[in-house]
Design a protein around this ligand. Structure first.
Ligand code: ATP
Ligand code: MG
Length: 461
């Protein structure tokens, strides 16, 4: 538990500037304090404005009760049992802030690939900064590259500029992979006089953001670096869900429906849909669950064989014989062991995956030709159509709260942190805690087994 306390402590500007005096928040909260905490509906009539989050407020992630096998329930006080609590710091506006709004220059940058909701987050960061009283807000164009490329100029941002940007997908600021090193980025921050940096991106971007935070500390710069996790794959540790995921599942489901119609309308039709998910199969699993039309769901966490008596292909044969058609949903990172390694990497150093969707399509065609059974195989890759979508309603709300909390976190004086939805509450987490490895689908979880129940697929090993 002690270790947990140290690990989840949020880095703060007073760590390097211990005498820095906080000032009262300029963010006005119109919330009334209940007279009686046990009856939160009863408010005082003298309109006492209050509602800031205390720095010690925490969100309980889980309390795990390890009991002995003989214990009969929670009431059972068993000498062998242990409680383990895991928590994170609660996000939200603080009463005392560590930046004077009129002196702040805030910058926003979006890196990596596209994800529904980027514009919603940008918009909300700008709006909230303005409410605090910040006048200088800029966007860094095309990811970290915008810090070093002299041809790219800062984009001035204001409520007027961002008012309608959430109505379309993509990123107002553009995205990129690769770009300058951390030291060049911090040089650029110094030159530009940036004191708050909001970084929207995935694990790579967050590794960069944490390195920028460290470098700023080394140079004793009073800069707050705040991340907002952008991963359509929903593969960030500790978080219930990341923005864009809900939209992705909804759109993925549409692609599956189309694949089903195509497959069902053809004689011995097979539809193969490849979805996002480099390390984790959340999108494939959830889209399969929601569509109800998937016969085989393949994810990176669960190994499978294509060939052999228990392989995917012989199950497809069975499905054609019994149902007349079949739909396969495969995550991009699944079955990489079946493909030839390319060793190619992208500009950020990520390994470029072989195309498992195309491979399954080709092998399926070959297999049915060899056994002399007619099969009409169609392959759908909706990846880019999904990434470019605008956020749906629930993601829109998630983005709004994340964007606002990112700004509250910066004004509260934190740096090197990221903001997320944890156990249904919004929380701040030190960046290293969420990027050590991707969050995976647990093949022993109930959700994966619900998916297997729904598809009716056997083990392919
Ligand atoms: P996505 O989920 O779309 O892949 P990502 O943030 O992981 O998002 P990357 O292309 O891997 O996307 O990285 C984005 C940016 O972060 C790039 O500009 C890259 O140079 C930088 N970056 C990646 N890894 C690191 C690292 N370990 N240290 C510093 N910067 C990094
Ligand atoms: Mg990445």
């Amino acid at each position: 538990q002690k270790d947990f306390e140290a690990r989840f402590r949020l880095p703060h500007v007073t760590d390097i500037f211990p005498d820095f005096p906080p000032i009262p928040s300029t963010f006005c909260l119109k919330m009334r304090t209940p007279i009686d905490k046990d009856f939160p509906g009863h408010y005082s009539s003298d309109e006492e404005w209050h509602g800031y989050i205390n720095n010690n407020d925490r969100v309980l992630l889980k309390t795990i009760y390890y009991s002995s096998p003989t214990s009969a329930g929670a009431e059972c006080i068993d000498p062998d049992c242990t409680w383990v609590e895991q928590w994170v710091h609660r996000a939200g506006p603080r009463e005392k802030i560590y930046f004077k709004p009129e002196e702040v220059k805030a910058a926003i940058v979006t890196c990596g690939g596209l994800c529904p909701g980027l514009n919603d987050v940008i918009r909300q960061i700008v709006i909230t900064l303005e409410i605090y009283g910040v006048k200088k807000i800029v966007g860094i164009p095309f990811g970290y590259r915008g810090f070093s490329d002299k041809e790219l100029t800062e984009v001035p941002l204001s409520r007027k500029v961002v008012q309608n940007i959430h109505l379309s997908g993509g990123s107002l600021l553009g995205v990129s992979r690769g770009g300058p090193g951390v030291s060049d980025i911090v040089d650029s921050l110094e030159e530009r006089g940036i004191s708050m940096l909001f970084v929207l991106g995935g694990n790579g971007t967050h590794a960069g953001a944490n390195a920028i935070h460290d470098e700023c500390r080394k140079r004793r710069l009073k800069v707050s670096v705040i991340g907002v996790p952008k991963t359509i794959d929903n593969d960030i540790l500790l978080m219930d869900k990341t923005f864009g995921f809900d939209t992705a599942v909804e759109e993925a489901q549409r692609a599956i429906n189309s694949a089903y119609i195509e497959a069902h309308s053809a004689y011995h039709g097979i539809g193969v849909v490849k979805l996002m998910g480099r390390s984790s199969g959340f999108i494939a699993m959830q889209a399969s669950l929601s569509s109800g039309q998937v016969d085989i769901c393949l994810i990176p966490e669960v190994p499978f064989n294509l060939h052999g008596p228990h392989g995917v292909l012989s199950h497809l044969k069975y499905l054609l014989e019994t149902k007349g058609s079949a739909v396969v949903c495969v995550a991009e990172g699944a079955g990489q062991n079946l493909l030839q390694k390319t060793n190619a990497t992208d500009a950020s150093g990520n390994i470029v995956f072989g195309d498992i969707g195309v491979y399954i399509q080709q092998e399926t065609k070959k297999y049915f030709k060899e056994i002399g059974v007619h099969a009409d195989v169609k392959y759908i890759d909706p990846t880019y159509m999904i990434r470019a979508c605008r956020a749906n309603a629930s993601d829109g709300i998630l983005c709004t709260v994340l964007g606002q909390n990112a700004v509250h976190g910066a004004f509260a004086g934190y740096s090197g942190i990221t903001v997320g939805l944890c156990n249904t509450h919004y929380a701040y987490i030190p960046i290293p805690e969420v990027i050590s490895h991707p969050r995976l689908v647990d093949p022993n979880s109930r959700m994966w087994h619900r998916c297997l129940t729904s598809t009716g697929q056997p083990d392919f090993i």
